[in-house]
Design a protein around this ligand. Structure first.
Ligand code: SF4
Length: 351
């Protein structure tokens, strides 16, 4: 089950209105019994080691458990401690992550390792507030590590938990709304028992992965069905009203000099930082010659209509212009976004 990012926790510390006893019993007792009988045997459930648990949480973000499994043990063999990961060359770290996708997670995990290794005790702090101040650790990850590694009293909220809570409590508000998300954080905090938040958190996420599925939940097998108000129409929850899609037009310049093409590296503060791209067409400095290719693609809520054109500089780029001439071989071996990779496949000439 993919674990999407949930970031807003502004009301997480406030208490939710009193929950009825049968609801608390269902979430804390029946759900825990079900979990103990049905849980999957996953390697990160056999440890309380904060480093190993952090690695699993980073790997599981937006990634299936089955995809993560072969990487987890290999990673711990290669980088068994914060210090080993902190001092490893970044290329080696990215190579070990290769195939898991979302490479920023690997970079963030190494930044976190460097911060932990440089801290006085060389270990993670055992508090939600302390964890959240570290690089790469958001509200969900802080609570997951706090609960699974340190046994802190806290409730987690990920995509699985949102789905279950909106169904059980028949919450019909838009879950992408900040205030609704805050209420859900408050609700999960109230449901987590003082003495065993760990089991509550593991069991509710496991219910979302095995029973309360996005499509066709197995309500007849569900340990909390007696308190679920949404079980007659589970596909109505959660309600997600996304922002309207914005249309964007992009014009990209493909400028050739012999068997080399002009490319730029995205600035550190831009999306896809460190990735290479062809430059935006600029009529002040470039002349358009003909169309090379045109296609549409989508990023989050942007529908982009991209046209790449053959172009040339009106005068040679100065040494101050960010970018350089690359051969096809270099273009193939450097990281490009999918859209600009698609443009590069149209290039003809020596490699
Ligand atoms: S009864 Fe069905 S909809 Fe309700 S929590 Fe259980 S599986 Fe989900």
């Amino acid at each position: 089950m993919v674990r999407p990012k949930v970031t807003d926790t502004s009301a997480a510390k406030s208490s939710h209105p009193a929950l009825e006893r049968p609801v608390l019993h269902a979430f804390r007792v029946r759900l825990a019994d079900w979990y103990n009988r049905n849980k999957r045997d996953l390697p990160w459930r056999h440890t309380r080691d904060p480093y190993s648990i952090t690695v699993s949480e980073f790997m599981l973000q937006q990634t299936q458990v089955s995809t993560v499994l072969p990487y987890y043990d290999r990673w711990l063999d290669q980088f068994p401690k914060w210090k080993t990961l902190a001092s490893a060359p970044t290329e080696k770290v990215l190579k070990a992550w290769e195939g898991l996708g979302y490479y920023q997670r690997a970079r963030n995990l190494q930044k976190l390792a460097q911060a932990v290794a440089a801290s006085p005790g060389g270990e993670l702090p055992a508090s939600i507030e302390g964890l959240q101040q570290l690089p790469g650790i958001g509200p969900y990850t802080a609570r997951a590590i706090g609960s699974f590694a340190f046994g802190l009293k806290t409730g987690v909220l990920d995509g699985n938990v949102i789905r279950i809570l909106t169904r059980v409590f028949a919450i019909r508000e838009n879950v992408t709304d900040r205030n609704v998300l805050s209420q859900l954080w408050s609700l999960t905090e109230s449901l987590a028992p003082d003495n065993d938040s760990d089991t509550y958190n593991q069991s509710i996420m496991e219910l979302g992965a095995l029973v309360c599925l996005p499509r066709k939940p197995a309500c007849l097998l569900c340990p909390i069905q007696s308190v679920c108000k949404g079980k007659s129409e589970p596909d109505q929850f959660p309600v997600k009203e996304r922002a309207a899609t914005k249309a964007v037009v992009e014009r990209i310049a493909v400028i050739r000099d012999g068997n080399r093409w002009w490319c730029e590296q995205s600035a550190a503060n831009r999306r896809l930082s460190e990735f290479w791209r062809f430059p935006d067409f600029d009529s002040a400095t470039m002349t358009e010659e003909s169309e090379l290719t045109r296609f549409k693609y989508t990023i989050t809520n942007h529908r982009i209509d991209l046209t790449a054109v053959h172009a040339r500089w009106k005068k040679s780029p100065s040494v101050k212009t960010a970018g350089r001439w690359l051969t096809r071989h270099e273009i193939e071996s450097l990281p490009f976004s999918s859209a600009h990779r698609k443009i590069s496949r149209q290039l003809k000439g020596d490699r």
